[in-house]
Design a protein around this ligand. Structure first.
Ligand SMILES: CC(C)(COP(=O)(O)OP(=O)(O)OC[C@H]1O[C@@H](n2cnc3c(N)ncnc32)[C@H](O)[C@@H]1OP(=O)(O)O)[C@@H](O)C(=O)NCCC(=O)NCCS
Length: 381
C-alpha cells in the first residue's frame, strides 16, 4: 500500500497542503494568472519597473512619484556593501559558484547592518533591513562576479536602477538600455511566487524568531537547487548540449523515453501554462533572433511542442529566462543569482508578513523506525 493510502493526512512534498494565509501574491492555475497584491504580473512587468514592484511587495501598495523617487534614492544610498564583504569574497576559491558567493555576501553584510541588534520582532527595523538587502543584492552578485575573475569591485553608481547596477558591475560597461529593460522585466517576473520552496524555507527560518538575514541566506540555499531556481542554469546547459536544431527532436524524445526531467518545464502550482513563461517567451525568442542565436529559439519551439503533445507539460519561467539571459550575454552561472536579486523582495515581504502574525512552523512526521531497541555499550557492539 502506498504511504498516502496508509496515512491519509500525509502529502509527500506537502503538495496541496495549506501552509498559511498571505496577501502578497496569488497563483491562479486555471487561468494561468499571477498577481502581486492584486496586480497582474504582466501589467507590472510591461508598464512598471522592478523598483515599483519591489515597493509594492514590501509596502503593500504601488508608490506614487514622490514615494518612488525617495525609494530609489534610499536604494542608491544603500547599494554599497562594507569592504569586509569584498575581503571575505576574495578568500573564496576561484570556482566558487555565484550562489555561494551570494550566501557568503549576505552572511557577512548582516552584522554590519545598522539595525543588527534590533530584535527579530521589530518590524520597522525589518523593513529597513529589507530595503538594504534589496539595494545590496545586485552589488553582491555583480561585484562577486568581478572578484571571482580576479578583478577589483566597482563602486555602484547612484543613477543606476537595480538591473543597471547588476549589468554595470558584471561587465564594467555602461549598460545597454534595451538589455537593462529586458532584465528589469524579468526581475519583476521573478520577484514573488507564493509559498514556493525558498520562500517557505525563509518563513520557517524567521518563524523561529531568527533574523531576516538568516532568512535570506536560507532562501538562497534553497533556491539554488535545479528543481527550483537552479533550473534556469540547467535549462541553458540542456539547450547548449542539444546544440543544433536537428538534434532537438531526437534528444527530447530520448530524454522522455529514459524518464529524464526536462529542466525549465513543469510546475507544482501551474497545471496549464506559467504566466511568467508566457510573457518571457515572446521576448526571449525575439532576443534570440536579434542576437544571432535564433537556433536556440527553434530548439525551444521543438522542446515546447514535444513536451506539450507527449506530456501535457509546459515551460516554466526558467526556460525562456535561460535563453533570454544567454542572448543578453549573461554568463550562465549568474542566472540563478539574478533570481536572487529579484526574489529578495518577495522573501522580505514574506518575512514581514510571517512576523506580523507569527507561529513557529513545525510540521509532524510519521515514524516508521523500530522502538524498544536495547542499548549495547560501544565496546560490546
Ligand atoms: C517543478 C517540478 C519540481 C514540479 O514537480 P512536482 O509537482 O513534484 O511534480 P512531479 O515531479 O511529481 O511530476 C509529475 C509528473 O510530471 C512529470 N514531469 C514533471 N515535470 C517534468 C519535467 N520537467 N520533465 C519531464 N517530466 C516531468 C513527472 O515525471 C511526473 O510524471 P509521472 O507521474 O508519470 O511520474 C517538476 O516539474 C520539475 O522537476 N521540473 C523541472 C525543474 C524545473 O524546471 N524547476 C523549476 C520550477 S519553476
Amino acid at each position: 500500500m502506498s504511504a498516502t493510502a496508509t496515512y491519509p493526512n500525509y502529502s509527500p512534498g506537502l503538495e496541496g497542503v495549506i501552509g498559511g494565509i498571505t496577501t502578497i501574491s496569488d497563483i491562479i492555475s486555471e487561468t494561468s494568472t499571477l498577481v502581486y497584491r492584486g496586480y497582474n504580473v504582466h501589467d507590472l512587468a510591461s508598464k512598471g519597473s522592478f523598483e515599483e514592484t519591489a515597493y509594492l511587495l514590501l509596502y503593500g501598495k504601488l508608490p506614487n512619484r514622490a514615494e518612488l523617487d525617495a525609494f530609489k534614492k534610499t536604494l542608491a544610498e544603500e547599494r554599497e556593501v562594507p569592504e569586509q564583504v569584498y575581503t571575505a569574497l576574495k578568500q573564496l576559491p576561484a570556482d566558487t559558484h555565484p550562489m555561494d558567493i551570494a550566501k557568503v555576501g549576505f552572511a557577512v553584510v548582516a552584522p554590519y547592518d545598522p539595525d543588527y541588534a534590533a530584535p527579530a520582532t521589530d518590524q520597522a527595523a525589518n523593513l529597513r533591513k529589507a530595503v538594504r538587502i534589496l539595494a545590496k543584492a545586485s552589488t553582491i552578485v555583480g561585484n562577486g562576479h568581478r572578484i571571482r575573475q580576479g578583478l577589483e569591485p566597482l563602486k555602484p553608481k547612484a543613477e543606476h536602477t537595480i538591473a543597471q547596477n547588476f549589468l554595470y558591475l558584471m561587465s564594467g560597461n555602461e549598460p545597454d538600455p534595451e538589455v537593462a529593460h529586458v532584465l528589469d522585466s524579468s526581475l519583476t517576473l521573478y520577484a514573488e511566487h507564493g509559498y514556493n520552496a525558498s520562500t517557505f524555507a525563509c518563513r520557517v527560518t524567521v518563524a523561529t524568531l531568527s533574523d531576516i538575514y538568516s532568512g535570506i541566506v536560507t532562501g538562497i540555499g534553497t533556491l539554488r537547487g535545479p528543481l527550483h531556481g537552479g533550473a534556469n542554469e540547467e535549462a541553458m546547459k540542456m539547450i547548449m548540449e542539444i546544440g543544433a536544431v536537428e538534434n532537438a527532436e531526437p534528444w527530447i524524445r530520448d530524454a522522455l523515453a529514459t524518464k529524464k526531467k526536462i529542466m525549465g518545464f513543469g510546475h507544482r502550482e501551474y497545471k496549464k501554462r506559467d504566466p511568467r513563461a508566457i510573457y518571457l517567451t515572446v521576448i526571449a525568442k525575439e532576443l534570440a533572433v536579434k542576437n544571432n542565436v535564433s537556433h536556440f529559439a527553434q530548439i525551444a519551439d521543438i522542446l515546447e511542442n514535444v513536451m506539450e503533445t507527449e506530456k501535457g507539460i509546459y515551460p516554466n519561467v526558467d526556460f525562456p529566462a535561460a535563453y533570454a539571459y544567454y542572448a543578453l550575454g549573461i554568463p550562465i552561472d549568474l542566472y540563478t543569482p539574478i533570481f536572487v536579486i529579484a526574489r529578495v523582495s518577495g522573501w522580505s515581504a514574506h518575512v514581514l508578513e510571517q512576523l506580523s502574525n507569527n507561529r513557529l512552523i513545525r510540521p509532524a512526521c510519521i515514524y516508521e523506525g523500530p522502538h524498544s531497541v536495547e542499548f549495547v555499550p560501544v565496546d560490546q557492539r
